[in-house]
Design a protein. Structure first.
Lengths: 375, 375
């Protein structure tokens, strides 16, 4: 799986390749003809991706026409032990063997779920990721992290399991609405903020509805993700850079699904997390005020505000306490020293986190009062 | 974790060390003092091992006195997704972090279950295995295989996950009854049959109730297991040697738990599997008749026969069909070419397997008629 024509570029992320370019699907088709018996192939997707993307995949990879689709409901609730158990049983009923192949066709939910199932069925069968969302392409499908939610905690259960390859076919983005595109843009912004000021500014200035303009930026964002994963595949240190915005973001996301408002998408929650954590970076004397103001104005302009009140702080801190990213009882944050430069493992306490939440709440109120015609 | 005093011997199995000798528990104690925060240690055991072995473990490893015991019911039914889910949730409630350590104190069920839970909680926390059964010491705790039963299939779900170390403390065997000891002896016999005629004959002639005599044999059996795992940690080829007796044995074990008789222990089922598969080895012209007769007489004398009838063949073949060890629809067996010499991936069909089951059924009837005073 190393030969690439001029229309396919190969990057490397820890233990697996990522393919980009116009011809990634024909390349997958050629590989499968030799390496994957059609009766042992399964395409895992949600009802949306199987409807919107599977037909296009099949035109490029006719080998999959006899593969059995496995459908889950769209959204985070599919990342459950119950769904895993049903699919493990289904694979067993179909006599899937160790040589079987799972093609994960979808966004982050599908690759998180499918990677976990493939990594644990009969102690591991093969899988490839074919991301269909922007979030999947630039982030979730790359780097071998898989995860299932349990006990109310996002990704409580999972493993590091490399796909055989990630095939980034940008035209699938045509199936996305604006909200889903923005969801992925949040992670591209993060990649810029922690590693490349140039990438940050390029994403900031791009017309996001234009897939032609987006394609080279996706390439750059994937390259940043790959470089960070290569430095530290199992998140011992450097990979924690990618947690910027995620400590508060994960808690915000989980909180939103518990409550009465509509749930936040992962990227929307990370955008809020990035505002809070950029503010903490400034408060800790790491980030200059000008850069912070610039980041905050950008993010609050791009993503809808999330309203909560002081009483919610307690629950959010509780959710944060059970985050995988903490050690020895304290909170450990990835913070910014500048645009394109981050530092990991900064210890902060609950009071400091609470101040950041206060700051965000006031920001949302202020922004709504000045910018939202309905306010 | 590489220094060993003269009273500890270190062997290597794929990705982890195995410690043997009189001082393995003091060695574990010294390591834990430096590397494992007491409030982040958990001892997983079943109600028997926690009662019979934990007090002795605590005298050697006082560091664990404040570790929280996690208790499961003894036996195979604890290797379930429901038990995993409960323990993942429990670890989360206790705010177990990525630096946490799980000490698996028990036999094969405990190390299979605990290794899976540790390997998947927050994408992997650390675990060590302290086997308390002979089966655990010579086989199950070594080599990184973990597994959970699902959809009625043994070890359908699992992963390869190395423990930090395996600490073989032979005196724990004093807590075992004769049936449990024999359960482990079956795997020692298997190690001899597939890799060392000397070991086979030594185990055959040893007085099994004498732990002093057993100790050096345990060492040799562990060394064989380690050597095979080192050749092929992820069971691509050579490690399949260790599957001798297991293709039919697993089906026999699963079948026994579905029915009205008392369920077979793993080693008891493997002993039956070894008779059937030695018979197949002879029928395939691989094993000479004299060696086969010797193996059969030994095993049928040592292990109680399992009665079933012709109608059960269908279900047993069905159970075999979903075994992890098969590929491309056929059965793949590890067979003997001689005592101490095995060959992997021998293709056989259902009719041949059925003949082996017939042979075993007649053997049991014949043996009962001649040897069992109650018959």
């Amino acid at each position: 799986m190393t030969t690439t024509g001029k229309d396919v570029e190969e990057l490397w992320a820890g233990g697996h390749p990522v393919y980009l370019g116009a011809h990634v699907l024909p390349m997958l088709a050629r590989w499968m003809e030799f390496e994957a018996p059609p009766e042992q192939c399964y395409v895992l997707g949600d009802s949306t991706t199987l409807r919107q993307c599977l037909p296009e995949l099949l035109t490029y990879v006719p080998h999959l026409q006899h593969a059995e689709p496995i459908e889950v409901a769209p959204g985070e609730p599919s990342k459950s032990i119950e769904v895993c158990t049903a699919i493990w049983g289904h694979l067993s009923d179909r006599e899937a063997e160790r040589g079987a192949l799972v093609v994960n066709l979808g966004g982050g939910v599908v690759s998180d779920l499918g990677g976990f199932i493939a990594g644990t069925y009969k102690r591991g069968i093969r899988h490839v990721n074919v991301p269909t969302s922007l979030m999947g392409m630039v982030d979730a499908s790359i780097g071998g992290k898989t995860g299932i939610d349990a006990a109310g905690i996002k990704n409580l259960v999972g493993l590091f399991r490399d796909p055989l390859g990630v095939y980034v076919h940008v035209p699938f983005l045509r199936t996305l609405g604006k909200r889903e595109l923005l969801n992925g843009v949040a992670e591209m912004i993060k990649h810029g903020l922690v590693r490349s000021a140039d990438h940050y500014h390029a994403v900031r200035e791009a017309p996001l509805h234009d897939i032609g303009v987006l394609a080279p930026l996706i390439h750059d964002s994937v390259a940043i993700k790959c470089a960070v994963v290569n430095d530290d595949p199992h998140e011992q240190s450097a990979r924690k850079l990618l947690n910027f915005g995620h400590t508060i973001g994960h808690a915000m996301e989980a909180h939103s699904w518990e409550g009465q408002q509509r749930g936040l998408l992962h990227g929307e929650a990370v955008a809020i997390g990035m505002i809070c954590e950029a503010w903490l970076s400034w408060r800790q004397g790491l980030l200059d005020r000008g850069s912070f103001d610039q980041i905050e104005a950008h993010l609050i302009g791009l993503f809808k505000g999330y309203a909560f009140n002081n009483d919610d702080h307690h629950r959010m801190l509780e959710l944060m306490r059970n985050d995988k990213k903490n050690a020895e009882g304290g909170f450990r944050f990835t913070l910014l020293r500048g645009i394109g430069d981050a530092v990991v493992n900064v210890p902060l306490n609950a009071a400091q986190v609470g101040e950041a939440l206060d700051h965000y709440r006031l920001l949302v109120r202020h922004h709504a009062a000045h910018h939202d015609p309905e306010a």
